[in-house]
Design a protein around this ligand. Structure first.
Ligand SMILES: [Zn+2]
Length: 112
């Protein structure tokens, strides 16, 4: 029985069977993240971790955004019980930055 294909890279065509790659729409060959339209958004990925939002009281919500000329588009996200669990699911290689002036007070930190 062959494994179920999880994610096919829209750039190089490589198929990944890693559920994490599918979740992040990530190609390990291209080292690229793709948005829902199959566009390479690697240079504009921002992750933010929010604490105690109205839709997830007492939890930590991480959400990926794509920043581009079209504006900042919210993308995939997940909810965890602790900040450590949320941080563990942020893709490696990103730089952690503190909340910026003007951001929502629920923002704990962001990753670019
Ligand atoms: Zn690829």
């Amino acid at each position: 029985m062959s494994p179920t294909p999880q994610f096919q890279c829209p750039k190089c065509g490589r198929v990944s069977y890693n559920p994490n790659d599918a979740f992040h729409r990530y190609c390990g060959a291209c080292h690229s993240f793709f948005n829902a339209d199959g566009e390479d958004e690697s240079l504009s990925v921002i992750w933010s971790i929010f604490e105690n939002t109205t839709d997830a009281p007492g939890k930590f919500v991480a959400r990926r955004f794509f920043a581009s000329a079209r504006g900042v588009q919210p993308d995939i996200g997940f909810t965890e019980d602790t900040i450590e669990q949320a941080r563990a699911r942020i893709p490696p290689g990103l730089v952690r930055i503190p909340p910026q002036p003007g951001e929502l007070p629920t923002v704990v930190e962001s990753y670019i």
